[in-house]
Design a protein. Structure first.
Length: 68
């Protein structure tokens, strides 16, 4: 009976360690996701700020790369 109880305690301890490691992984991934979302938000704002307004007309020549 003691051997079975000890085995269960070892398994429980291992499971708790694994859960803690997974929680830490999820926490770090959420931090990375939050950072990436903020970077995307910033890039979108910069892109919208760099676009010409609706009142400005654009020529297709402005869109051609310089080597044409």
């Amino acid at each position: 009976m003691d051997a079975r109880l000890t085995e269960l305690e070892v398994k429980l301890s291992f499971a708790e360690d694994q859960i803690e490691a997974l929680n830490l992984t999820v926490y770090r991934q959420q931090q990375q996701i939050d950072l990436l979302q903020e970077q995307i938000r910033t890039l979108r704002q910069e892109l919208q700020a760099s676009r010409p307004g609706d009142g400005e007309s654009r020529s297709l020549r402005d869109e051609l790369p310089p080597h044409y």
